[in-house]
Design a protein around this ligand. Structure first.
Ligand code: ADP
Length: 397
């Protein structure tokens, strides 16, 4: 829309420079018009993201006003009085909360110009051209100002909703944790017969209650973790970490998720030196990725491979599976909070879309990187790259 309005503004300025100039066509003024035209052609090729940059509007308005003012001044088409009106209209457009007020302001400005400031015949073409010029200026910059205001209001509303969501999640999760722990605890006592011996059917029922209570607890813990990561409430604890030992710990942690038709293998390449990093966070990252690999693979293999390929500052841990894969258009969004691929949403695989978000945030803290290669139906490879010494990276940063 801005580009369209600028085309109209360009036509009006061109008329003023070419037809309205009392001294005939000025080359420099024509140069300004050409620059204006070139800038609009460039705008047409800019990616949409550039229009949303916060510096875009001020730079555009400044450049436009400079070019238009220079063009009009060079060709002598307007005196000080006209500039006064021109700036007034731009100012009005920038301030105007509502487009109809900007339009009324432009009409008043044009009438004031013709009635008070302009001396001379009213019906000469140069004078008549100045009136639409003022309108188009008001329209263009009024539109720009309203779009900016709307975008700002939308961003503020979204931020408020997000804040509310985070607060709600943190409070709810915290409040639900205590009664759930009581359910799990009493379930344990019932199962062990500490209250009264149970029949076999009763035992089965209690077991089911416990499995689901544990699932809910795990979900709550993840939610709390995500909200603490979001608020920056988690600290780093550096340690010297032997990778083979860490891989053993991950293997134990993912034990409950193993499936009969999926072969799970762990391999640690030769010569990997100990890492200086946060052991629990690395374990959580890899455990999350292996759990996902197992969840989204019905049959085939899940292979975890630690290596030191370039023998440089980074160690890599690859988690490869032969599962359902992730289509290219979903690959960036699955790292967002509560985001799952629609394909799995309809399947029976449990999950809420928190795991990869936590992985991404933890890797940010560890100064690590995550790469994803995947093809729908052919499996996925997540590659975690970790600095060998986190201290050194932090110092360098
Ligand atoms: P959850 O597994 O709880 O849904 P995650 O944040 O761990 O949440 O993963 C987000 C989404 O990414 C999943 O819902 C799934 O669509 C996709 N995904 C993650 N890992 C894999 C994988 N190994 N194979 C296929 N899809 C995956």
């Amino acid at each position: 829309m801005v580009i369209l309005l600028r085309w109209v503004l360009l036509i009006a300025v061109s008329y003023l420079v070419v037809l309205g100039a009392p001294r005939g066509l000025d080359k420099l003024a024509a140069g300004c018009v050409v620059l204006f035209l070139a800038s609009n052609l460039i705008l047409m090729r800019l990616p949409t993201a550039a229009f949303h940059h916060k510096a875009f509007d001020p730079v555009l308005v400044l450049a436009d006003i400079s070019l238009v003012t220079l063009a009009l001044w060079l060709c002598g088409t307007a005196g000080g009085d006209f500039f006064f009106i021109f700036f007034f209209v731009v100012f009005l457009a920038a301030l105007g909360e509502r487009p109809e007020l900007t339009a009324i302001g432009a009409v008043l400005a044009a009438v004031a110009y013709l009635a008070v400031l302009h001396h001379g015949p009213l019906w000469d073409s140069a004078v008549l051209l100045r009136v639409p010029f003022l309108f188009i200026t008001a329209l263009t910059y009024g539109y720009l100002a309203s779009v900016t205001r709307e975008a700002r209001a939308r961003a503020q509303a979204a931020e408020a909703v997000l804040d509310l969501k985070k607060h709600f999640l943190a409070t709810m999760s915290h409040e639900m944790r205590t009664p759930l722990n009581v359910i799990v605890g009493f379930g344990e006592m019932l199962r062990e017969g500490a209250l009264d011996p149970l029949s076999l059917r009763q035992l089965e029922g209690v077991q089911k209650i416990q499995v689901h209570a544990f699932e809910l607890l795990a979900l709550i813990d993840r939610t709390l973790k995500a909200s603490r990561l979001e608020s920056g409430g988690i600290e780093l604890h550096l340690d010297t970490v032997a990778l083979p030992r860490l891989m053993e710990e991950v293997e134990m942690a993912v034990g409950p998720y193993q499936k009969p038709d999926v072969r799970l293998t762990f391999r640690t390449g030769p010569g990997i030196p100990p890492l200086v990093t946060d052991r629990l966070k690395v374990k959580e990252v890899v455990t999350n990725l292996v759990t996902n690999a197992l969840k989204y693979t019905a049959q085939g293999t899940v292979a975890v491979d630690a290596r030191w390929p370039a023998q440089d500052g980074f160690i890599e841990i690859l988690v490869q599976d032969t599962g359902i894969g992730i289509p290219p258009e979903r690959q960036s969004e699955i790292f967002d909070l509560f985001t799952r691929a629609p394909e799995v949403e309809t399947s029976c695989v449990p999950g809420v879309g928190l795991g990869l978000y936590i992985v991404r945030r933890l890797l940010d803290m560890l100064h690590g990187e995550l790469r994803l290669e995947s093809e729908r139906g052919r499996g996925s490879t997540f590659t975690v790259r970790l600095p060998r010494t986190l201290e050194a990276t932090t110092d360098a940063a």
